[in-house]
Design a protein around this ligand. Structure first.
Ligand code: F8G
Length: 237
C-alpha cells in the first residue's frame, strides 16, 4: 500500500465529502473533486447524481441517465438537494470564498472568474471547497471579495459550508464560532506544516490522519476512473 499517492488520498477525501448524501446532485468543479464524486457513487453513495455541467446526468462511465438542462440546475440549487465543491482563489477563516478579484475592490490587481454561482450556492445548500495548492495566499485571514458566503456573513437556514479539502489536509468549521479547524492531515504532512501554509490560526484539537483509499477504491481510481493518471498533474506526489 506504500505506493498510494497524495492525489489518490485527495480523491478519497473528496469522495468522503458525499458520505450520507443519498439522492443529491453532486456538482464537483475540477478533476479531483469529480473523481471523488464518481468514486462515492460507485461505492458508498449509489443514489448520488452526477451532472455534466451542461444538460445531462451521467453515470460514472459517462452514460446519459437523465436530462438536467442548465435552467433546471437553478431549481435544484433553490430546492437544496445539491452539494457543490467549488474552487477558491482565496478562502478565509470563516469559509468566505473569493473567485472574483484580487486586491482592493475599487482597483483590483487581478480580475478572476467573477461571482458565478457562488452566492446562490452558499445560501441554498451544502458547499465544500477544493484547494489543490494549500498556501498562505489561498488560505487568507480575510478574502478580498466575498463570492461564496462564510459563517460570519451567513444568511438563512440552509447555509452549510461543509469542508475544505486541500493537498495537505481536510478542514471544517466545527468550532463554537465556526472558524476553520484541521480535521485530518494527509499521511506525511504535519499539523505544523498545515499551519505554516495558512495565514490565520487554525483550531487543531483531535486531528487524525486522512484515511487511505481501500483496495477497491484504488482499483476503481486506477483502472476505471483515471487510468491516465491525470490526477497526478493536479496533485504531484
Ligand atoms: C492571485 C491569487 C491569490 C490568483 N493571490 N494572486 C493571480 C494573489 C494569479 C494569476 C491570476 C489568475 C450553479 C453553479 C454555477 C453556475 C450556475 C449553476 C457556478 C449558476 C454555473 C456557471 C455559473 C462556481 C464554479 C468554481 C471555480 C473553479 C477553479 C480555478 C481557480 C483558479 C479559481 C482556483 N490568492 N489567486 N492570483 N466555479 N475554478 O497569480 O496571475 O491571478 O490566477 O454552481 O458557477 O456562472 O454559475 O482561478 O486563476 O468553483 O477552481 O482553477 O481564474 O484560473 O490562473 O490561478 O499569472 O495572471 O499574473 P483562475 P489563476 P497571473 S459555481
Amino acid at each position: 500500500m506504500s505506493d498510494i499517492t497524495r492525489a489518490e488520498i485527495c480523491v478519497t477525501a473528496c469522495a468522503d465529502l458525499f458520505a450520507g448524501a443519498g439522492e443529491t446532485l453532486a456538482s464537483p468543479m475540477g478533476l479531483i473533486p469529480s473523481l471523488g464524486a464518481k468514486l462515492a457513487r460507485l461505492t458508498t453513495e449509489p443514489d448520488l447524481l452526477l451532472s455534466d455541467g451542461e444538460a445531462f446526468l451521467l453515470t460514472p462511465d459517462s452514460t446519459v441517465e437523465g436530462w438536467l438542462p442548465y435552467r433546471k440546475v437553478f431549481d435544484v440549487v433553490a430546492h437544496g438537494r445539491r452539494h457543490v465543491v467549488m474552487g477558491a482563489n482565496q478562502v478565509d477563516r470563516f469559509g468566505n470564498q473569493n473567485i472574483s478579484a484580487i486586491g482592493d475592490h475599487a482597483r483590483p490587481t487581478r480580475q478572476l472568474l467573477g461571482f458565478r454561482g457562488a452566492p446562490g450556492n452558499t445560501i441554498n445548500h451544502r458547499t465544500s471547497y477544493w484547494v489543490p495548492k494549500h498556501s498562505p495566499r489561498v488560505l487568507v485571514e480575510a478574502v478580498d471579495v466575498i463570492s461564496g458566503v462564510g459563517y460570519d456573513h451567513a444568511v438563512g437556514p440552509f447555509h452549510d459550508i461543509h469542508r475544505v479539502v486541500t493537498n495537505l489536509a481536510v478542514l471544517d468549521f466545527g468550532t463554537p464560532d465556526h472558524s476553520m479547524r484541521v480535521l485530518s492531515v494527509h499521511p506525511g504532512v504535519s499539523v505544523d506544516e498545515v499551519q505554516k501554509q495558512t495565514s490565520f490560526p487554525l483550531a487543531a484539537d483531535n486531528v487524525t490522519e486522512t484515511r487511505l483509499p481501500t483496495d477497491e477504491e484504488l482499483e476503481l481510481i486506477r483502472t476505471k476512473l483515471d487510468p491516465d493518471s491525470k490526477r497526478d498533474r493536479e496533485v504531484p506526489s
